[in-house]
Design a binder for this molecule. Structure first.
Ligand code: PLP
Length: 304
């Protein structure tokens, strides 16, 4: 009898560990700090959750049918998620990506056979979004335009997954939830469900403090194309984090916690500490979207 368990990479999305940040937490006695370690997802980032949810739903409804190419714009991590999920499920993927996305990212995408369209680095993800819209308008029958910025199955991945995991992993003790805004899927979905579990949980979003952030994956909502799934009313509070604060925390997480994380995780840590410093007690939970390994060729490592 064959007893080999049948596990595919798709089964490994979600259920990420919740790390207790004991060392950085020493600064805020009485307040426990935790982070979801999203680089444990098979594609290495939180975006595996949203991509899998959007793809499975599009397959179920028939929008992503044989013969169609999945098309979207991304700053990188969602593209990687589409790339490996597309390879695993057997559909082609076309990604519009700002040209300044790291070399490692571009190589991973090409390794999975993605058709890459590089867009102006000056326009950040907005340029990639415009190009994806243009390609879709040109040939709508050819593509399933996944549109992670407007797709409700993006935030629903966090509603059904991330939030339920956090509630269980903290045994319902969470008092504060902190997350950055990119498409806003992570914050929107997790916040909606956590509020259903306990309406007293304080939910704090954050974004970069200016229009051209060096924090990959995050958007400055005041100047960017605002994602249709983003509802600014949902947060109890919205804070700003600077590039410098984010990179300082990337350094501290590497040296004091042993965690090599990306810039948006550093930003999440900076915002989490700013929240924790205002409290006498509490259980503050954030999410670290990806690993620092994706950014090793970037200049900021020399400056850290
Ligand atoms: C590195 C990184 N951090 C944060 C985010 C933001 O997550 P969300 O799109 O769910 O708001 C992203 C999204 O692409 C990301 O790639």
């Amino acid at each position: 009898m064959d007893r080999t368990p049948s596990v595919s990479a798709l089964d490994l999305v979600g259920n990420t560990p919740l790390l207790h940040l004991r060392n950085l937490g020493r600064e805020t006695p009485g307040v426990e700090l935790y982070a979801k370690a999203e680089w444990f997802n098979p594609g290495g980032s939180v975006k595996d959750r949203a991509a899998l949810s959007m793809v499975l739903e599009a397959e179920r409804t028939g929008e992503l049918a044989p013969g169609k190419t999945l098309l979207d714009a991304t700053s990188g991590n969602t593209g990687i998620a589409y790339a490996w999920i597309g390879a695993a499920r057997g559909f082609p993927v076309k990604i519009c990506l700002p040209q300044n996305a790291s070399r490692e990212r571009q190589r991973i995408l090409r390794a999975h056979g993605v058709d890459l369209v590089l867009t102006s680095p000056m326009e950040q993800t907005d340029g990639a979004i415009r190009e994806a819209r243009r390609l879709y308008a040109e040939d709508p029958d050819r593509y399933y335009y996944c549109d992670q910025y407007s797709n409700a199955n993006n935030w629903k991945a966090h509603y059904h997954g991330t939030a339920a995991e956090i509630w269980e992993q903290t045994a319902g003790r969470i008092t504060h939830w902190v997350a950055g805004l990119g498409t806003s899927g992570t914050f929107m979905g997790t916040t909606r469900r956590l509020r259903e579990f306990n309406s007293r949980i304080r939910c704090i979003s954050f974004q970069p403090d200016f229009a051209f952030p060096g924090i990959e994956g995050l958007k400055h909502m005041g100047t960017a194309i605002v994602p249709p799934i983003y509802d600014p009313q949902l947060a109890d509070e919205d804070r700003a984090v600077s590039d410098d604060q984010a990179l300082e925390m990337v350094r501290r997480l590497a040296r004091e916690e042993g965690l090599l994380v990306g810039p948006s995780s550093g930003a999440a840590m900076a915002c989490t500490l700013s929240v924790a410093r205002e409290l006498k007690e509490g259980v503050v939970v954030t999410l670290f979207p990806d690993s620092g390994r994706n950014y090793l060729s970037e200049r900021f490592w020399d400056e850290l």
